[in-house]
Each structure stands twice: as structure tokens, then as C-alpha cells.
Design a protein around this ligand. Structure first.
Ligand code: SAH
Length: 231
């Protein structure tokens, strides 16, 4: 998979992309990430990428031309499955969308700033808009990093234990059961007895029971969906 990110702050991705699972996936050649500084595509002598909104007093807006130049340049090199704009009013990022996007070849992700981007970019250049939640961030970079992380960990070879992404929360319409490690007892806080029993069947039954309980308690709407689909 290849992901090209268009941003005015490429340094913001240092950290999220240079540690842990994404770093390993990049090093293994599982994913290639291109960071493109939008200012490099501005024809203005001050490398300007924003201008005043036509609605007076509404703040600055990202201009069309640098974005168009950058996307045109990228598209001249390969075809893209989606050109994504990170936007608070986009489709909410949830596991099924992550699963779908993790299967594609090439993605562009555009990070907005200020009041957002000129609407005509959204109408003519963007194919998908994604929000990471119903709150407003200062820029699209943190959202893009969240999106990339959620996709990369699903690509086979990214995680050490390939099955582990499939047993995470939301993959089967359930949240995860609780997990424990050594010691068995800490300040007399004990690991549930069943997990020490060595009885695999009983342990998987317990895990399922816990996952169902937790889902009902913490994600009641998800639990209702699950009940409906199994009845
Ligand atoms: N005026 C806009 C918010 C702009 S915030 C509005 O009210 O909808 C600046 C940029 O941050 C946006 O262009 C977008 O790229 C990014 N952003 C903000 N919140 C986001 C969210 N919840 N999910 C994804 N991107 C977000």
C-alpha cells in the first residue's frame, strides 16, 4: 500500500510514523508513506497556501491551486483509489471503513487547516471525506495519523501475530474481553481463576461471555445490532 499525505506541517508526522508498528511496516516495505509539503506546490513567491474567506470575518481558507497542483503531480505518477480529505463532517472513521480502506493500493490524504479548504476542492478533487470524531481539531494531521495507523495495522505482516488484529475490539461487532498478565496476584488483586485453569474451551467461553457483557454495558447500540443480526 502507498499513502501520500498532503500537509503544511510534514514534521507533525514524525513520531507517529517513526515509531512502533508503522515504522516497522515501512521498514518491511509493507507500506510506503509520502509526505508532501503543500507550500512546495504554491506558485506564490511567499509560498502562500491560504487566503481570506469570501465570507468576511470567517478566517482563512486553504486555496485551490496548490492543492490541485499537488494532486495533479501525484496522479501523474500513479492512479489512486481514493483522494481523502480529513474533515469533521466527513464519514465517521469506524472499523468497517478501516477494514475496507486497508485493502486498497494507493491513497491520498489531504490535511486541512484554518477554516478548512475551498469548497471547490471538495467538489472536484476529493473522493472521500473522513472524520475521526464529532469534535474539531486544529488541523487534519492528527486525524490523518490516526487513519494511517488504523489501516497499516490491518495489513498482513504489520503485526507480529497476524491474527491479533482480527481479535481486536469491533472486528466481530464486540469489544474485547479484559486481558491479564503476570503476576497472578498483585496486592491481592487476583487474575480470574478460570484463566489459570488451562481449560481452553472454558477460557474461550469466558472470553466470549465477558466480551458480550462489556459490549452491552459500553456500546449498547452495537449490542442491539448484534442481537438483531443473530435473531
Ligand atoms: N471550520 C471547520 C473546521 C476546520 S478545522 C468546521 O467547522 O467544520 C481545520 C482542519 O482540521 C479541517 O480542515 C480538517 O482537515 C481538520 N479536522 C478538524 N477536525 C477534524 C476531525 N474531527 N476529523 C478529521 N479532520 C478534522
Amino acid at each position: 500500500m502507498r499513502i501520500d499525505i498532503i500537509t503544511i506541517f510534514p514534521e507533525m508526522f514524525e513520531g507517529p510514523f517513526t515509531e512502533s508498528i508503522i515504522k516497522r511496516a515501512v521498514n518491511k516495505g509493507i507500506v510506503a508513506i509520502g509526505l508532501h509539503n503543500l507550500r512546495d506546490y504554491s506558485t506564490d513567491k511567499h509560498k502562500k497556501v491560504d487566503d481570506y474567506s469570501f465570507a468576511a470575518g470567517a478566517g482563512m481558507v486553504m486555496m485551490i491551486e496548490p492543492v490541485d497542483n499537488c494532486i495533479t503531480h501525484l496522479k501523474s505518477q500513479r492512479s489512486y483509489d481514493e483522494v481523502i480529505y480529513m474533515s469533521p463532517d466527513g464519514e465517521l472513521l469506524e472499523q468497517p471503513l478501516c477494514n475496507r480502506l486497508s485493502l486498497v493500493q494507493n491513497l491520498i490524504i489531504l490535511c486541512g487547516h484554518y477554516k478548512g479548504i475551498d469548497e471547490r476542492i471538495r467538489e472536484h478533487l476529493i473522493t472521500k471525506e473522513i472524520s475521526i470524531g464529532n469534535y474539531v481539531l486544529s488541523g487534519g494531521e492528527l486525524g490523518a495519523a490516526v487513519l494511517v495507523d488504523s489501516l497499516v495495522r490491518l495489513i498482513p505482516g504489520s503485526l507480529n501475530d497476524e491474527t491479533s488484529a482480527l481479535s481486536d475490539s469491533f472486528q466481530d461487532g464486540l469489544v474485547s474481553p479484559p486481558v491479564y498478565t503476570r503476576p497472578r496476584s498483585y496486592k491481592s488483586w487476583d487474575v480470574p481463576e478460570i484463566l489459570l485453569s488451562g481449560n481452553d474451551l472454558k477460557i474461550s467461553e469466558w472470553k466470549m461471555e465477558q466480551a458480550l457483557k462489556r459490549t452491552e454495558l459500553r456500546r449498547p447500540e452495537m449490542f442491539q445490532k448484534l442481537k438483531k443480526s443473530s435473531s
